[in-house]
Write a protein that binds this ligand. Structure first.
Ligand code: ADP
Ligand code: MG
Ligand code: ZN
Length: 488
């Protein structure tokens, strides 16, 4: 049957403030357990919370970047429940008056049509609505051992921003694109490490199915415990199949929370709605409601960095990049900065983009390094490109030279001299190499003479091989043609 997938995501983000959200304790990651605690974050009776101004600022920054309406009045609420990682017995959160609401985030989705060979992929923009953004505090961390459990309260009170989407995504792929786009914005804003493995970014995925004609949403399940964006996608793919199987068997979906089992690649039940908590939210009496000062918001707006979408459009306009290339380059802020620096040093931005997206990315991927840790100065990459243009080296040699530069950190000019990589422009040398190749490959030479024009490419390749890529392929092509024509 024809079902529509409906997905809404809840993202929890640890804000990178120096101190916690309601006390002065440090937020340093990886300190010895229970060394970054105080009466406030341990919930001692009589201790009082004080809101961290910076956390609010970062929350507002994210809200503005996600095109949200910021609340007139800010209020905190207590979310009451008992769990050992929550020493106060309640979490300070926001209930019906969140920091911000009604935002949106664009993703670029590809709709493919046609059959495999002539598949056409249309890229269209899709807006995912953001329901709310609110500020709350993180809980402690439990470590379960064989017959006991340990608690580290260092994480208690670290500021968390919860970003809740509307159920606007219609495939696991769209959920993945949403997370990628969101992370990119958050990185531009520099508000969090956004590291899912270290849990500074966590995602709960809500998913349901409904018949295409149905207006009403289906019963959803909520999936937790994914530790990467790919994991979220995989969990949603599994859950789609599971729900589909049930519905097709005429069974109903139980509203429940399920845990993703990374090893097995399946979701498993955790708790059903029947066991769900009643949090008995009520206004936090120790933090008075307040209004944002207009000047506070104005100054945040004024200091907003350029965001990926804007940068992408600017790159298309200023550097004549394709939408595709610009999209890839701006998705990571460091890559975008790297590109712009190169573009200020070298006049053909399209060439820079090609090298970045091609050889540089390939190297980064193969060696698992980010552009920030890559040993390739902007001046070296652009210097190398200039040397291709002026004929000092061939494009072919440049490919290996690039790796040398990265691995040695040396100036390309020096490396070219050291390794003797200059382009061979001496016609006598090129002719000698060409003669050799013709003598060694009589069949191809014959083929060319008999009208098989393609054979020339094979011979050019052989000459390039013989010269270790240092011959100018255009010149070689010309020499070959002249020689073989002369023979004919
Ligand atoms: P809960 O009360 O269980 O937390 P909410 O209505 O607050 O549920 O929504 C939480 C998240 O679940 C939101 O991101 C929302 O978009 C998504 N969501 C709500 N209903 C559905 C549904 N039927 N299918 C898929 N996602 C849903
Ligand atoms: Mg929920
Ligand atoms: Zn504290």
């Amino acid at each position: 049957m024809d079902y529509e997938i409906v997905i809404g995501l809840e993202v929890h983000l640890q804000l990178n403030t120096k101190s916690k959200v309601f006390c002065g304790c440090s937020t340093d990651f990886g300190s010895a357990p229970n060394t970054q605690v105080c009466p406030v974050c341990l919930g001692f009776p009589g201790s009082l919370p004080v809101l961290n101004r910076r956390a609010l600022e970062l929350g507002a920054k994210v809200s503005i970047a996600l095109n949200c309406q910021i609340a007139e009045k800010i209020r905190f609420d207590r979310k009451n429940y008992f769990y050992p990682d929550l020493p106060k017995g309640y979490q300070i959160s926001q209930f019906d008056q969140p920091l911000a609401q009604h935002g949106k985030l664009s993703i670029i989705v590809g709709n493919s049509r046609g059959r495999s060979l002539q598949k056409i992929v249309d890229k269209t923009e899709k807006k995912i609505r953001i329901r709310r953004v609110h500020l709350e505090e993180d809980t402690g961390k439990l470590f379960h051992q064989k017959d006991s459990s340990l608690i580290d309260f260092n994480r208690c009170g670290i500021p968390l921003l919860e970003i809740v989407s509307e159920p606007d995504m219609n495939s696991p792929e769209e959920a993945y694109l949403y997370l990628t786009a969101l992370k990119s914005i958050l990185e531009y804003l520099d508000v969090s490490d956004c590291n899912m493995e270290e849990a500074s970014l966590r995602c709960d995925a809500n998913i349901s199915l409904r018949k295409k004609a149905d207006k009403k949403l289906g019963t959803k399940t909520e999936i937790k415990n994914m530790n990467s964006f790919k994991g979220v996608k995989a969990a949603l793919e599994y859950e789609t199949k599971r729900q589909m199987g049930l519905l097709e068997d005429g069974k109903r979906i139980i509203q429940e929370t399920r845990l993703y089992n990374t090893e097995k690649g399946v979701t498993e039940p955790m708790r059903s709605k029947e066991e769900a908590h009643d949090y008995r939210y009520f206004p936090e009496p120790d933090l008075a409601p307040f209004n944002f000062e207009k000047s506070f918001l104005k100054s945040i707006e004024k200091n907003m960095p350029e965001l990926p979408e804007h940068k992408k459009n600017r790159f298309i306009k200023d550097y004549q990049l394709s939408g595709y290339d610009a999209g890839i380059i701006v998705s990571d802020k460091n890559t975008a900065d790297y590109f712009e620096k190169c573009a200020s040093l070298y006049s053909n931005p399209k060439t820079i983009a090609n090298w970045l997206i091609g050889d540089v990315f390939a190297y980064m991927k193969a060696n698992n390094v980010s552009i920030k840790d890559l040993n390739l100065k902007e001046s070296y990459l652009s210097g190398m490109l200039r040397m291709i243009d002026s004929g000092v080296i061939t494009g072919k040699v440049a490919k290996t030279l690039l790796i040398e530069i990265i691995q040695t950190g040396k100036d390309p000019g020096k490396l070219i001299k050291e390794k003797g990589l200059e382009q061979i422009s001496d016609v006598k040398l090129l002719e000698a190499a060409t003669d050799q190749v013709i003598a060694e490959n009589p069949k191809s030479a014959e083929d060319f003479k008999n009208g098989k024009d393609n054979a020339i490419m094979f011979l050019v390749g052989k000459v390039m091989q013989k010269t270790k890529g240092r011959a100018d392929p255009n010149k070689v092509n010309e020499i070959l043609r002249n020689k073989l024509k002369g023979d004919a």
